[in-house]
Ligand binder design. Sequence first.
Ligand SMILES: [Cu+2]
Length: 179
Amino acid sequence: MKIVLRWMAASVCAGLVLIGGGPVPAPPPAQAAGAPAWMHVDAAHKRVSFQVIAADTGANGTLNFNLYANGQMTVTVPAGWRVHIDFVNSGAGALPHSLEVIREITPVPPQGIPPAIPNAATRNLVPGIPPMEKDSVDFTAAPAGRYLWFCGVPAHGIQGMWDRFVVSATAGAPSVTVK
Ligand SMILES: [Cu+2]
């Protein structure tokens, strides 16, 4: 929502500047406001799928999900929706990685723990999935609460390989925000 509001404010400013003539630039596509290309929403069936790349470029020393680490990204899903994650380890950094949903806790645990939502974890949670390998995860987003996407490989979480995952009792649709 923060991104949406910022975009609206920018549009209003652009409109004022252009009063008196000239084409008003087209607004950015809706994708820019909370729906990255790696998220696909099936609202009719209350399903959302995410393509998650572990070690997406060298961000945070390769310890990131889709570029983000240290809670920079918040993924929100309405409670009760089905979640599918296609997970791939890009191989950047030549390290294994995993992904699981844990409760939001500080500090994060030293390595993987049982997931807070049943089935919300890739295989090889602690040893990790080797470079260039994939896994997929399916679970139901419940109960509502604040969670993390967390890499269970020892010390990766402590070094920032986590982002925020919110299961919302009030959100009408999935969204992704980045700060
Ligand atoms: Cu990792």
